[in-house]
Design a protein around this ligand. Structure first.
Ligand SMILES: Cc1cc2nc3c(=O)[nH]c(=O)nc-3n(C[C@H](O)[C@H](O)[C@H](O)COP(=O)(O)OP(=O)(O)OC[C@H]3O[C@@H](n4cnc5c(N)ncnc54)[C@H](O)[C@@H]3O)c2cc1C
Ligand SMILES: *[C@@H]1O[C@H](CO)[C@@H](O)[C@H](O)[C@H]1NC(C)=O
Ligand SMILES: *[C@@H]1O[C@H](CO)[C@@H](O)[C@H](O)[C@H]1NC(C)=O
Ligand SMILES: *[C@@H]1O[C@H](CO)[C@@H](O)[C@H](O)[C@H]1NC(C)=O
Length: 491
């Protein structure tokens, strides 16, 4: 890689350190999982989050079997399962409070050794936070810019502080500052592809929240062992709404509005994907009479859920959708929503952010000592090569699942297909989506407990090959040293 001369003026006291240090920007799911993965590696790292406290925002996340092996390696699987409910199907409902059909994911347990499950987002954060040493986690650190050169990299925070390191990971979400800085620099050098030089496209907005614990006597579905994952399609209105029961007897809910040309203009993001409380309030008023199924005689509506949700925990967010083409440049690399924003209809955003962290951690662990910028870029290139095809697949299936609840011909066709999906096709689909179950190369591997063999994972194979080679080399060197000393001192 050539270094822009205006850029290469970062002086560091020494040559590149033997083991590189990693700066993680963003303490969301992607950043936190990477931190946990690096905690077990030979690399040093620090993580920087702009928020001053962890917001208990959002509702719940669906995890499928594709992240189970990693969670076991990181020692958080049992914790996760302890706070989650199994989610084995999505029930598709209508406005008459009838379940029309179910989309079944039950096969997961037998095929992949773990079922799908729902975790309340705030509790997930608590688990992750408790595993990252506090001296490595820096809050109140908003990153504004970054610089990099042959000798190292540096980030600048809004409080005026600067932090040096060897590798910068942008895990800072859809409006990533690392990405914007990286792209601005590439654009200046005429190296940014046109596809990445556009605003984030969006076609939906959503309202999310989670109720306080409810009384199961009033809401009998809460008594059911499994998560009730219910999706309702609006009758001649551009809305769909989804809610799930959690282990904590709360209901996590989400309302999606499909935009048309007029409503799209009203929702111009002007560089921010989150609105204030007034916008959320206005949307709450529009949707509160929508019917929901609770298992009780009383006809509940979304309004009942809204009224049982603390106001400050309701948010309205824009749902952008894009897979970026540029994922790295020099010493900086992107993971999670920073490089691919998927529609939540697929429930794939967090799963894929986590897979990114695993593939990247394996590549970083396999870096040679005192890596050059070229070594680092090569590792990033291989990381992207492993992840991009998977991410594109997830993007496609998220789009398909979004159509499923849309009020048009395409939606009707998708619904017909999913309603009548034969078992073998369902199986095939699950295998395609879930058999990639990446693991860390440098932690004891978790044996497969399912009937389907996990898909090949290039970063794991490469890192294990390198570790084997390194070990052989070391053994040879030791044997040689031993042979030399056995000969005694030379005359
Ligand atoms: C309504 C909704 C429902 C969803 N449901 C699911 C689901 O069921 N299953 C699933 O797999 N996915 C789901 N997703 C997607 C999932 O939430 C995201 O894909 C995932 O959170 C991405 O994680 P991330 O760490 O990449 O980004 P984020 O979670 O956005 O985290 C980025 C972090 O970086 C911080 N940050 C940003 N800028 C800076 C800066 N300049 N300096 C320092 N820090 C900064 C932010 O404060 C934030 O903490 C859903 C998303 C939405 C909106
Ligand atoms: C499981 O959760 C309960 C509370 O819901 C807690 O008391 C218990 O310690 C947890 N167990 C584990 C293994 O985390
Ligand atoms: C995703 O969908 C697009 C358009 O339908 C198609 O061209 C592409 O091959 C698909 N990609 C994957 C990885 O499935
Ligand atoms: C499961 O997770 C993968 C991430 O590997 C995602 O692409 C997929 O859409 C998810 N599928 C289901 C059914 O949960």
């Amino acid at each position: 890689m050539e270094i822009n001369p205006a850029f290469a003026n970062i002086q560091r006291p020494n040559l590149a350190p033997k083991i590189p240090s990693v700066i993680i920007v963003g303490g969301g799911i992607a950043g936190m999982i990477l931190a946990l993965a690096l905690e077990k590696s030979k690399l040093s790292y620090e993580i920087f989050e702009r928020a001053s406290e962890v917001k208990a925002l959002g509702s719940a996340l669906y995890f499928n079997a594709s992240t189970a092996a990693l969670f076991k390696q990181l020692g958080i699987y049992e914790d996760m399962r302890n706070i989650s409910k199994d989610a084995t199907c999505i029930q598709m409902a209508n406005e008459q409070r009838e379940v029309e059909y179910k989309m079944d994911f039950k096969g997961q347990l037998e095929m992949f050794g773990s079922t799908g499950y729902i975790v309340a987002r705030p509790m997930l954060y608590d688990i992750l936070r408790s595993k990252v040493p506090s001296e490595r986690f820096h809050m109140n650190k908003k990153i504004l810019s970054l610089q990099q050169g042959g000798n190292g990299a540096l980030i600048r925070c809004s409080d005026g502080s600067t932090i040096e390191g060897d590798i910068i990971v942008g895990a800072d979400g859809a409006y990533s500052a690392v990405r914007q800085n990286m792209y601005a620099q590439l654009k200046k050098n005429k190296k940014l592809p046109a596809s990445d030089d556009v605003d984030l496209p969006f076609s939906t907005v959503c309202l999310v929240g989670q109720t306080r614990p409810l009384n199961p006597e009033e809401y009998p579905n809460l008594k059911l062992e499994d998560c009730q994952f219910m999706q309702t399609l609006g009758d001649k209105k551009p809305y769909s709404w989804t809610y799930f029961t959690t282990k904590q007897s709360t209901i996590a809910w989400m309302v999606i509005l499909f935009l048309d040309d007029t409503t799209r203009q009203e929702h111009d993001p002007s560089r921010n994907s989150e609105w204030g409380p007034e916008a959320a309030n206005a949307m709450c008023e529009k949707v509160r009479h929508f019917p929901i199924i609770t298992g009780s005689e009383r006809p509940w509506t979304l309004g009942d859920l809204i009224d049982n949700t603390p106001k400050e925990l309701i948010s309205k967010v824009l749902l952008e959708e894009k897979v970026f083409d540029t994922w790295y440049s020099g010493r900086a690399v992107l993971i999670g929503d920073a490089c691919h924003k998927l529609n939540p209809a697929g429930g794939a955003g967090a799963n894929n952010a986590i897979h990114d962290a695993v593939a990247l951690a394996n590549r970083l662990q396999a870096l040679p000592d005192q890596p050059s910028v070229e070594d680092i870029e090569k590792a990033f290139k291989l990381y992207k090569k492993e992840r991009l095809p998977k991410v594109k697949e997830a993007y496609n299936s998220s789009v398909a699942l979004k159509y499923l609840v849309e009020q048009n011909m395409k939606g009707a066709l998708m619904r017909h297909m999913s309603k009548n999906m034969p078992m073998w096709l369902n199986r095939k689909m699950l295998i395609r989506m879930i058999s990639y179950q990446p693991q860390l190369s440098y932690v004891d591997l978790v044996p497969n407990e399912g009937t389907v063999r996990p898909a090949h994972q290039q970063s794991l194979a490469d890192a294990m090959k390198k570790a084997k080679k390194d070990k052989l080399k070391q053994e040879r060197a030791e044997a040689k040293a031993k042979a030399l000393s056995a000969k005694g001192p030379s005359p």
